[in-house]
Design a protein around this ligand. Structure first.
Ligand code: SF4
Length: 301
């Protein structure tokens, strides 16, 4: 079997910075917690836990965090939650990705100017919840924040809001990992009611680069393996892109999950989400290369 790697794959700048920061804090000793999972990758989370990191749950925050270093994840958190951690005595180490931070600041500025924000992204994703917090965190200023999970919802949500607020100033911010096409379609849907919609450019180039590299790779291979965590939005999106190109494709978190059917294909493409570490990609590549014809599923006689 031949394995071809996507030209761009694995850790992005924001994830690498968050992991480096967490490992640095763990090396310097003391109690270290992350506010929720640091990134969406099971191997990285296990490794950090082995080094002593604990994961805090927002619904069950300890009363006393004096002397504890709390690392804010790459996706960021809301300012209300950050204040709560500080009130309980935590020392904050902020690993919010700089691109996510830029989206948070944009949301805060627009809200302070009286804009109602449409936020395109997954409703329960940590990044979206954090940005919402910045849009809503200015009492007497921010009129609101409407989350649009997919393009089919945009026009309906805009129509609903327009009914009682036809003269509102509106702006659109996107989750950093949203696809360019989806973001454009959401903007067009809202513009039918609010033609002056201000659209912020918040899509992360790292996500776009991995998606484009995969599209090119699909032209050279018979099947695709996407390496990464199932909780990772950008990894799941890579799987959807490969499938949209009519390639048999699987998302695997480790080499143990490689499906036996992969042996049916001569050339396999390997790509990985922005939170997948190099060691996992290398292990999956080695396992693919070791896949022998003897592992082919037996045809029924
Ligand atoms: S994908 Fe982009 S926005 Fe998200 S953590 Fe990586 S660099 Fe930051």
């Amino acid at each position: 079997m031949k394995v071809i790697r996507a030209k761009v794959l694995g850790f992005c700048m924001g994830v690498r910075r968050a992991v480096d920061m967490a490992e640095g804090e763990l090396r310097s000793g003391g109690r270290v917690c992350t506010m929720g999972p640091l990134i969406h990758n099971p191997q990285v989370l296990e490794s950090l836990q082995r080094q002593g990191a604990e994961i805090l749950n927002e619904d069950k925050l300890p009363e006393n965090l004096a002397g504890v270093t709390v690392i804010i994840r790459a996706h960021g958190i809301s300012p209300v939650l950050e204040d709560e951690l500080k009130k309980r005595g935590a020392r904050i180490a902020d690993a919010t990705c700089l691109r996510v931070k830029a989206s948070q600041m944009k949301a805060r500025t627009l809200a302070a100017k009286g804009y109602t924000l449409f936020l395109a992204g997954e409703k329960k994703h940590g990044e979206v919840i954090g940005i919402q917090g910045y849009a809503k965190g200015i009492p007497n200023y921010a009129p609101g924040c409407i989350v649009i999970a997919e393009s089919g919802e945009a026009e309906h949500a805009a129509a609903d809001f327009y009914r009682n607020n036809p003269t509102a100033k509106t702006a659109l911010i996107g989750q950093t990992t949203i696809s360019t096409e989806e973001y454009r379609t959401i903007g067009e849907g809202i513009k039918k009611f609010f033609p002056a919609l201000e659209i912020a450019d918040t899509i992360c180039g790292a996500t776009r680069d991995r998606q484009e590299a995969l599209r090119k790779l699909c032209g050279e291979v018979d099947a695709v393996i996407v390496a990464g965590g199932r909780e990772s939005a950008n990894t799941r999106r890579l799987l959807a892109i490969a499938q949209a190109q009519n390639k048999p494709a699987w998302l695997v978190e480790s080499s143990a999950e490689i499906p036996i059917e992969i042996a049916l294909y001569n050339t396999v493409g390997l790509c990985a989400g922005a939170s997948t570490p190099d060691e996992t990609i290398d292990a999956i590549e080695s396992a693919l290369l070791a896949t022998g014809r003897s592992e082919l599923p037996q045809k029924p006689s």
